[in-house]
Design a binder for this molecule. Structure first.
Ligand SMILES: [Zn+2]
Length: 216
């Protein structure tokens, strides 16, 4: 669980949170963002089945989500890490109680450049056990993401030597689901190892956005 937040400034706009809230919002508010910033995120709670893996997602991939994600990931504004999962922290802790978190892995050189694992940090407020079951050994940006073949992804995503009890429950986590091939590659690598595996992502990227994305 998150510690109760003692900072009265919004993590995004730095305004005093109370200033943008009306009286009712003020009383029901318990957030690390001001009401105005939070309401720019559009909720789109979806549960979909991807090749047998149940994946849950929470946000619409709108311009605001994209902008804040870039500020966090690419401009390395680490302070923004908790805001995505924050409204769902109790829900997630309860629904996935006993699960162990495992990231869909980012490329190693991307992780090194960034200096922090952005997916790990987004979910760390849940205080759930977390293991690195996978690494992504690809060295270069894949300029045309849409053309990356499933075979190529399978070739780059490897299982680490971490071993867990066979009755472990695994929750595969990622920030954004693009084609779904990466999370599926992870799932295929462990589906015979563990009896219960589910996936949680923050948003699903619309098809029209995929062409422009090269963050695999
Ligand atoms: Zn704000």
């Amino acid at each position: 669980m998150y510690k109760k937040d003692n900072n009265d400034e919004c993590l995004i706009c730095f305004k005093k949170k109370q200033l943008s809230a009306n009286l009712l919002e003020f009383f029901i508010m318990e957030d690390i963002l001001c009401y105005e910033c939070r309401s720019k995120f559009k909720i789109n709670k979806v549960i979909k089945d991807y090749n047998g893996l149940e994946i849950e997602s929470f946000y619409e991939y709108n311009d605001f989500f994209k902008e804040i994600l870039i500020q966090y990931k690419e401009l390395c504004d680490e302070a923004l890490a908790p805001l995505f999962v924050y409204p769902y922290r109790r829900y997630l802790c309860k629904k996935y109680e006993g699960y162990i978190l495992a990231n869909v892995p980012s490329r190693l050189n991307k992780l090194n450049n960034r200096g922090f694992n952005h997916v790990t940090k987004m979910f760390e407020g849940l205080k759930m056990q977390h293991v690195d079951l996978f690494i992504n050994t690809s060295k270069h940006d894949q300029k045309q993401k849409s053309s990356i073949s499933r075979r190529l992804i399978d070739q780059y995503i490897k299982r680490t030597t971490v071993n867990l009890a066979r009755d472990s429950k695994i929750l595969l986590i990622d920030d954004v689901l693009t084609t779904g091939s990466s999370i599926d590659a992870c799932y295929q690598l462990i589906k015979k190892e563990y009896s219960e595996i589910k996936g949680v992502v923050l948003a699903i990227m619309p098809i029209k956005e995929r062409e422009k994305n090269n963050d695999w």
